[in-house]
Ligand binder design. Structure first.
Ligand code: AMP
Length: 425
């Protein structure tokens, strides 16, 4: 396998990624770093959690250092990273700070939910890079805080989401504002018709890079679907959490109301929980995600705004309180587990879970209750040491029609099972 040095990255970048513990490039990094460095428009389909952020950041940071603007009175904005959510904007900004340490590049991230005036002020001295969500970017273009005339690199991360957000006009305005000869790079975990059409219209001489098989990380994830009645779901969720006994679980719910309700329910039941949806002020959203990442909260209940690109170290369990209507969203949700950096950790955890499960099932069997745990290897066709994440879905009868679509997207059969516990009525 190629090294980062062989891919042509400079010494500072190499040393920064070494500090982060990256020993060699991931498959998608190996394929796309060279493509981006060669200067062509690039469309990369990279499964979530396989290191795609570094795939575009490393070559672009390197390119940006080729000319030094650190003494300019107002720095020209040369790179624009467009992302669908505020959380992702902050995460990309953080990755730039880590990968680009010592490179003298300035980054500003802009997104809604915080006062526009404070963002305007930050642009006085200019910046080399902006990380932005589309709507706030448009606002700042309109009030002439930002000019995109000097953009050399334009990246759309989670591009399939960006083109399906119903913001065609905004995307058109952004593309019209950047120079025609700028390099355009699109990263997406899922391919889509809308995206292909977008590429045909907006990219030229595009190099397509595919991250190996469609979703390799999916091979490492166990999927369990429980059939249940809608009105019993709250109780099922509590039973499931009791069974998992985990110190870090992400729970997806469909509506903001469900997020608020479930967060309260879980706190009332003794779980340190918090919730995220798009009506919660940005400052709180950031604090809550941070609180979940650092262990202050054991449970995070969220809508799909957290399903894209968010990297949570050591996350093993994801619960779908409801199935997402769009099967691509299922892929993104489950992609919060089985992430590149956490693999080893997860393997250990999977082993520990297995040992715990065996002890637990013995105990349960002894009490003549149904055995809840574990999932036998031979049944799921994955060696326990290869499992890096486990996703549970509570499927009410109304949602059963979504199961075949999800099964197709995941690429393996997922059976609907009865819950291994009984509900008290
Ligand atoms: P991403 O797909 O960009 O969200 O990255 C998923 C996780 O993999 C993040 O925690 C990265 O820090 C980590 N990562 C990215 N590239 C590598 C690499 N070459 N070696 C080890 N970990 C990596």
């Amino acid at each position: 396998m190629t090294s980062f040095a062989k891919l042509g990255l400079n010494a500072t970048l190499q040393s920064n990624i070494k500090v982060l513990g990256y020993k060699k490039p991931t498959y998608i990094q190996e394929k796309s770093i060279g493509a981006v460095l060669s200067g062509t428009d690039t469309y990369a389909i990279a499964p979530t959690g396989t290191g795609k952020t570094a795939s575009y950041l490393l070559p672009i940071l390197q390119e940006l250092t080729q000319s030094d603007h650190s003494d300019d009175q107002v720095r020209p904005i040369r790179a624009l990273f467009l992302v669908p959510t505020r959380e992702l904007a902050l995460q990309v900004e953080e990755s730039i700070a880590q990968y680009g340490k010592g490179l003298k590049l300035r980054t500003i991230s802009i997104f809604g939910g915080v006062r526009i005036e404070s963002q305007v002020k930050r642009f006085k001295r200019g910046t080399d890079i902006i990380v932005a969500t589309p709507k706030r970017l448009i606002d700042l273009m309109k009030n002439e805080t930002i000019s995109l005339n000097d953009i050399k690199y334009f990246v759309m991360d989670e591009a399939d989401r960006l083109v399906s957000m119903g913001i065609h006009q905004e995307l058109r305005a952004i593309l019209a504002a950047i120079p025609k000869n700028s390099q355009k790079v699109l990263f997406s975990a899922t391919d889509s018709k809308a995206l292909n059409k977008f590429n045909e219209e907006n990219l030229s001489r595009v190099k397509v890079v595919k991250g190996g098989s469609i979703q390799p990380a999916l091979d490492k994830i166990l999927h369990t679907m429980y059939r249940c009645f809608r009105e019993d779901k709250n109780q099922h969720l509590l039973s499931l959490l009791n069974m998992l006994n985990s110190d870090r679980t992400l729970i997806f719910a469909r509506t903001k109301r469900d997020v608020d309700f479930l967060t309260q329910l879980l706190n009332d039941n003794g779980y340190a929980s918090t919730g995220i949806h798009n009506e919660i002020p940005q400052k709180k959203r950031t604090e809550r995600l941070e609180g979940f990442k650092n262990g202050e909260f054991k449970l995070l209940v969220a809508t799909d705004i957290v399903s894209r690109g968010i990297d949570i170290n050591g996350l093993y369990y994801v619960i779908n309180f409801d199935l997402p209507v769009n099967s691509n969203d299922y892929i993104h949700r489950v992609g919060r587990t089985a992430r590149t950096k956490t693999s080893k950790l997860e393997t250990k955890k999977a082993m520990a879970t297995k040992a715990k499960n065996q002890a637990l099932s013995k105990e349960v069997a002894a009490k003549n209750k149904p055995v809840m745990y574990p999932v036998p290897e031979e049944e799921v066709g994955i060696k326990v040491s290869d499992i890096h994440g486990h996703v549970y879905s509570l499927v009410s009868h109304e949602q059963e029609r979504l199961v075949p679509l999800i099964t197709k997207a995941v690429g393996k059969d997922i059976k609907l099972e009865p819950t291994p516990w009984k509900i008290e009525r």
